[in-house]
Design a protein around this ligand. Sequence first.
Ligand SMILES: [Zn+2]
Length: 534
Amino acid sequence: MAAFLLLILGPGMAPGQDTGRGFINAREFAESQGIAFQWFPMQKMLVMSKGPRLMRMVVDQTQAVVDNQPFTLPAAPHIEDGQVMVPARAIIRVFGSDAGPTPPPAAPTPEPPPVVVPPPPPATVVDPGSPAPMTAQESTPDGGQAPILVTARHSTREDHTRVVLEFDGNVSYTTESPAPNKFKLRINGCQNLIPTKRSNPAGRDLKGVSFNSGANRQGLVLTFDLHDGGKPPTIETVGNPFRMILSFAAPPGAVLATATAAVATATTPTPAAASATAKTPSNTASAAPSLTTPPPATPAESAKAVPEVSIEVPPATLTRSIFQGRAIIIDAGHGGPDKGATVEGLPPEKDITLAVAQALHRNLRAMGFTAYLVRSSDTQIAADRRQALTNKAGGDLFVSIHVGASGDENQAGAACYWFDSKGLSLEVDTGGKLSPQLVFNDWTQATRFDLARFLAQKVRDRLTTHLEMKDRGAMGLPLQPLKFIVYPAIVVELGMLSHPTEGPRLAAKGFQDAAAQAIANGIVDFFNGIRLNP
Ligand SMILES: [Zn+2]
């Protein structure tokens, strides 16, 4: 081991000299140690794996991931003469115990090719079927105390009530809707202490909330009583301190309800995003009502006639074989108790998105891509868990599939969105610590929205060409499903369920298959059209 260290640290850096700043050529190191090495130029991401061990690093970032756990590097990887240089000590710590004494090759290897070999299946299973159970624990693995819920506070806004739960450490959670007007939040990995500092959010948007400790006195369970027709909240988490922000939309009638895919934290929405935070009860025909959900429909008694749809969509050809095997992560919007948009007599949005996602999954695989589904069954996955699954999957592109609905049934057409932070400002409540805005800024700076925009345009072009639908455009919006996704990500909105002819068409298998092929073709156009990073 000592000889090995000397060799890779080179002259001038003795093994005992732990500055943490010595860099080695990642590719050379990997090759010398039999470590699989992949370079994702678009994301400037490096993945090294050996046996069960997997390490992911991003150029210019000290935050890395080892075996799906956060891992802080002493210094950020950087590029030098076209080679990725990584901090030596950290790599040795991660791979050292397995790394044999084989010296690195004498001659440096040539430049890394610009494109990765097809990535292996991600280390995490992206297709959980159901949210993975999270075990509650009262103490952390390193023997420290589990976090506590420090405070629960709330504020009532124009169209929603926001409940903020603040912890002194990170926790995980699961959600349940055990009855139509009940919403349960199970918080795991925290102590079962109910805070004395808490406000009561009972009012227009909520009937009340009760706090209990979880089963076997592990974790906490919060049960929210909703008004009739009340919907489960959207949930966001932010760090430093760790907070969960639950937004309960005002009940139908008070204002137009917001969709799950709504702008959850926009305080000053753009005009285009205004529909997601509709202001008044009369605001049923806003400019872009695409992401709003009409009041819940009464149970379907008369199913609408679903037309026979047959649209021939020939698969596009990937002309750049270097992109064979690229990984596309497919997110079927909503699921489980979260039905998404609903219209009487038609299947809910969650069923249509799943059918299209599954067809897209098949098509992409048939076309030579790697593809994964975030959900493959009718299950609810909380927004932040979707984000975590998506990011952990380490894909090349992310496509979230949705269907729109509007109080104005004349609205029709397909649209594609990329994330645009315009008009978005995070609630700043930092307590003197790191501001969520800074975290958000960091993400926006590190993310290739230009690629997401290019993808949205390509998919939009195909949808409107193949499906003969009204073109509602490709545009940037601060949409929840796209937030904090670390590679190019889009929301595809296939059409309006509330439209008298488009709605039933969306439910037709022939349409769903054609839509899936059109999206797949848009993805091919994307890869055929992009230029690689130098
Ligand atoms: Zn949706």
